[in-house]
Structures are given as structure tokens and as C-alpha cells.
Ligand binder design. Sequence first.
Ligand SMILES: [Zn+2]
Length: 432
Amino acid sequence: MSVVDLVIDDAVVVTMDAARRVARGWIAIRDGAVAAVGEGPAPAASERIDARGGTVHPGFVSAHTHSMDAAAAGALDVSTPFFDWLFGTYYRTVLALTPADAAQAVRSLATDAARAGITTVLDCWGVGDVGTRRADEAFAASATAARTSGIRWILAPMVSDRLPEQWSPWLAAAERAGGFRREALVAPTETALRFAASALDAAASRLSVFACTELPEMASDELLSGLAGLDAPGVTTHLCASDAGAAGILGPDGRGERAVARLERLGVLSPRLVGAHLSATDADDRELLASHGCGGAHCAASSMYAGSGRSALGELRESGIGIGLGLDNRSLNTPADMVAEMRHALAFDRAVGTGARRVTASDLLAHATIDAARVVGMAELLGSLEPGKRADLVLRAASDSRSMPPEAQIVLASRPDDVQLVLVDGEPVFTR
Ligand SMILES: [Zn+2]
């Protein structure tokens, strides 16, 4: 092999490739990509890092995140019913953001992500008021902050054009409490589609842009099929409450329609779709999602902090739907930390799991890396350490618990300050 740019030597390289190969040796990087992983003598390199027996693993991918409520961090100290949190905490926070605040919220998540080894985030973004100058400027400021953060960022601006009638009592309560305007949550269909379409122009190098509506229940048929028809690399939405007729959604026959069936009818189901949560699917929903190759994002910590008593992970895995983990909201989770998220998911599954089999720590490492990369449509580039893939990786200090398999050790025995170096495209985004 000719001289490479960087070798990390004396490392335990957890590749997360299809064979789950673990190499006790080195990883070589050239032009921002993995050149080779091997054992024995390392190739000549312009720069060499001695890992001293530390672990190298793929950078984590968060398949569902919200950067914008960074200013509400700490809100979970008080347990609040879901809609009171959504309108009274989340929306009250994001509706007050200036474009400068929106940039700062992205930088805040980027800083936390980098130090935690999270190299890619799918960010369901929104400050409300789609169609106004404030929203345009906040999106532009967020995109600039994301582009310059070093982190691989997928911005998914949420647009909506209807509010379920059933939500009126909660909307009214949030309005009475102040700082919340229900009209800020929706825009006319054409305005929403124009905003989503023009956002796609922000994509550049490490920044991608997906189409997104907050919830199918907050989108007309016209908006959903319009978003699916945009030339975006992905489409994402929260897809949790799929009861027939939930939030007043009626099918063409005037009867209640399940959210997943509706998305199929409108042509939204495809491998491009990332459904966040998938927490209330039935067997038909799961079969539809799996047969269309859709992906899902499981957000254990935010679900538990919001009071959920049921982990959908097991039933989703059994159905064959690709699942990535997601950090979800800053106001419903602790600072961005994928190891903590994997542990939350493991405990959630063991305590109140679904399906016949319980997940393992190494299953969860896959859900946080290669599976999540597949869910966001980037498995050709990310998620495992194999020649040709981008060099998005984490170097951790050697652990005391060497008797454990390295995959389980990352999940169960690592500490946040083990992270020594985080690379995206072979460039450092965090160094200790
Ligand atoms: Zn969410």
C-alpha cells in the first residue's frame, strides 16, 4: 500500500461490517476515507497515532434529533403530560428563537455530539412560523451553523398545514399560559411546500436536507404527497399514534384510516422514509413499513422521560424494519450521548420490551451505527469501518474490562471521557 494520510495503530478496531469483524491492529485513512483495516505491521503513513490498546469504532448516527429546543434543556426535571410538554415547553421555546438563537442551538448540539462521538445527526428542525422572514432567516442561520460544525448534518425542516380539532383543549391551555400561538404551527399548503422545496438548496458537502412534516396528523393529503414528490434524498416524520382515525384523519371512504395505511395510499412509504418512534404500530403497519423498506428511529430515553411504559424496539426488529437510535429532544433527554442512549434502550427493552427476543448490547451498537446509517440512506458511506467508506470514527482509551467482547464493552463499560478523538471525513471534530 502506498503511503496513507493517517494510521491509528495498536487499536482494537470494531468495524461493524457485515461479518462484525474486530481487528486487533490498525486502521489506515486516505483522502478522508478508510483505506484499510488490518492486523500486523501498519502501512507507512504521513501521521501515526498510537491508540495504546484503545478501541476504534464507527461514529454514531442519530436517526432522529431536534436541535432547536436546546434552550429548554433541563425541562424534564418536571414530569408533564405529552401535549403540555409539546406546546408549553417545546413550542414555547422554539417560537421565541431569533435566527442567532437558531444558529446557537445547532452549535450547542454539534459540540455535545462531537464530544460524544456522534458524527451524523438527522435533525427534525423547526421554529414555527413557516412562510415568515423569521423562519427563513432562522433556517439559513441553522444551515450555516450545521455546515461549519464539522458534524455530518441532515436538516429536515418540519412543515404542517393542519391542526387536529381534538387538540383544541391543549392548544387553548398553552395559549392561556402565554408565549404560544397555535397559528405558528401551520402554514397554507403551498407555502409549506415552497419552504420545504427551497430548503433543499441548502445542501452542501456534509449537509443534506430531507423533506419532513411534523406528524401525518398535521398534514393534508396534498402536503404529504407533495413532500414525497420533492427531489429530497429522504423523507421523515414522527409516526407514533397510528390508531385508525387518530386526530380526525379519515380515509377516502369517510372512515377512520390508520396513519401508515394513509402514507401508503399517498405514496409516502419507500426506503427514503424514516418514521420516528413507531411506538404504536400494529402488525399490519409493521408489515407495510417493512415491505416498502422504510426505516424507523427508536428514541428510548425521550420515550421513557415522557412517561412511556412500552418499548417498541423488539417488535420492530422482529418485523424486519431497519431501526436506528435517535436522541430526540434536548428537553426530553440528557446532553447528546449515544452510549447513554444505547443503555437506555437496553434497559427499556428488558423492562417493558415487545417481541419474543431481548436485544443485546452489540445489537444496540449496530442500531447506533450501521443500522442507523442504513435508515438515513447513507450506508454506502457511513456506519461501518470498511475500505471506501468515509472515515467517520471514534477512538476510545483502553478499557479496564478487557474480558468483555469489545462491542459490549463500548455499550456497557465505557465512560464519556474515554473519547480521545473523533473524526469526520478523516478530520478531527473533537480531540481530548
Ligand atoms: Zn421528535
